[in-house]
Design a binder for this molecule. Structure first.
Ligand code: NAP
Length: 436
């Protein structure tokens, strides 16, 4: 029976679902060995460092990941960075296929004056900071002033705004990084604005995220009832309202009608607000928005502006795939056709392939589609290109599955007496020593 070797680069949802799709494709005539490479000593990608800590249910998918990793034909190479410790050129000849599941970790830029002032951050920095990603522990996030402004009308913006607007006691039973909990406790921010450049009917938030807002225990959520009414009218005038939009519009109505409790903390949605400039001398002091309106279904700049005083701006407007040596990135994605990197035995799945869209489960069908193509492309004889371990520099401590299990168990054990799902270790050297 031909036994093929596949390398998966990136231990996030796309990586694990690719491994699962390969495992599911095994039959009497086909089998695979899978080597998964991950640059960090910790696994699960966005499930660990992206998903908001107050959404623990979403993280239970990690149990599925661990089941996939328990297969005898699965090997983990954590703490090994492809493109730095190991070149793509070294992987390709040793594997029948190499699948890049490296996500999109770089924040899209607003491209407006003042964006680089201290106090202006991308969600690509803020989210991994509060989630304890080792590279972002020292990010200069300063939660000062009364207001914060989050730019973007997608679920990442919503996560950022909620994290800023929750009462920090709500974070105690979560796996939010300790440094971030301390900063949220000390935060003077009480009002968080979320600004979308189009109308509520165009927002990329999903209904479950909107519907949880009126249930927040310590935060008032504000949207102008008139803005919701007008969005509904515009959507109706544009034709039949499809299901997703109907659900969102209903969620907006519920938010607008929900009585305000007079909490000290509030989140306020501002629509038709296009960021024009971030002003400040030594740090952010103000964000200027152009006021848009919708004419004949088109978003039009009215030429008028308004501004919000703030010392913190988070832009959550999308992501790009990072550059990895040996991999061509175009339009923020690994250059590919349906997941195939043409002319190579390289494939790509997940945000690296299709851009930053979809929920974690979307990667499952994406992986299964790409694995079908990968199997179609396999040579009749496996390559037998030799083992990769001989090429990995001795100076690198490889975190294998047993090592990662030790880290995972140590974090869970440390969280238990505190009533947390885990207490995250955020220092690379400490993580490596936990694995030993
Ligand atoms: P997203 O859903 O694509 O939203 C991006 C937002 O940024 C859009 O509102 C977009 O507005 C806005 N934007 C883009 N460029 C802008 C600019 N120059 N100025 C102002 N606004 C701008 O992206 P995301 O929030 O990063 O989320 C990525 C994916 O992860 C999504 O599929 C999301 O649903 C998913 N996610 C899911 C969850 C969850 O299930 N709980 C949590 C987090 C993320 P326009 O529409 O006007 O372009």
């Amino acid at each position: 029976m031909p036994h093929y070797k596949v390398a998966i680069v990136g231990a996030g949802p796309a990586g694990y679902f690719t491994a699962q799709a390969l495992q599911n494709a095994r039959n009497a005539d086909l089998s695979f060995s899978i080597d998964m490479f991950e640059r960090l000593p910790t696994m699960w990608g966005l499930v660990r460092s992206g998903v908001a800590p107050d959404h623990p249910k979403i993280k239970t998918v990690s149990k599925v990941f661990e089941k996939i990793a328990a297969d005898p034909n699965f090997r983990l190479f954590g703490n090994v960075e492809v493109g730095t410790d190991l070149d793509i050129e070294e992987l390709c000849p040793r594997y029948d296929a190499v699948v890049m599941c490296t996500g999109s970790s770089e924040g899209k830029k607003l491209g407006i004056p003042g964006e680089d002032l201290p106090g202006s951050h991308s969600a690509a920095e803020f989210v991994p900071w509060y989630n304890g990603h080792p590279d972002f522990v020292s990010a200069p996030i300063s939660l000062v002033g009364e207001n914060a402004v989050v730019i973007g009308a997608g679920n990442v913006a919503m996560d950022c705004a909620r994290m800023l607007a929750l009462d920090p006691v709500e974070l105690d039973p979560t796996d939010t990084a300790e440094h971030a909990i301390a900063a949220f406790r000390a935060s003077t921010i009480r009002k968080v604005y979320i600004a979308g450049r189009r109308g509520p009917e165009h927002a990329a938030f999903t209904a479950p995220e909107l519907r949880e807002l009126p249930k927040l225990e310590h935060t008032d959520v504000i949207i102008d009832a008139d803005a919701v009414h007008q969005a509904h009218e515009r959507a109706q005038a544009a034709g039949e309202i499809e299901k997703h939009l109907a659900s969102n519009l209903e969620a907006w109505r519920l938010i607008a009608e929900h009585p305000r409790a007079g909490h000290e903390r509030a989140m306020e949605f501002r629509f038709l607000s296009a960021p024009k400039e971030i002003k400040g001398t030594d740090r952010v002091e103000e964000v200027v928005f152009g006021i848009n309106e919708i004419r004949d279904g088109r978003v039009v700049d009215t030429g008028e502006t308004y501004s919000i005083k703030t010392n913190l701006v988070i832009s959550a407007i999308g992501y790009y795939a990072p550059h990895i040596k040996g991999i061509s990135v175009r339009d923020g994605k690994v250059e590919n056709k349906d997941g195939r990197v043409l002319g190579t035995n390289i494939y790509t799945v997940g945000w690296a392939k299709r851009g930053p869209s979809g929920v974690i489960g979307t990667n499952k069908s994406d992986a299964s589609d790409v694995v079908k193509l990968l199997i179609e492309d396999l040579d009749s004889e496996p390559k037998n290109g030799g083992d990769i371990t001989v090429v990995i520099p001795n100076s690198i401590t490889i975190i294998d599955q047993a090592g990662w299990t030790k880290i995972n168990e140590a974090e869970v054990a440390a969280g238990e007496p505190l009533g947390k799902p885990r207490l995250k270790e955020v220092d690379i050297e400490e993580l490596i020593s936990l694995a030993k």
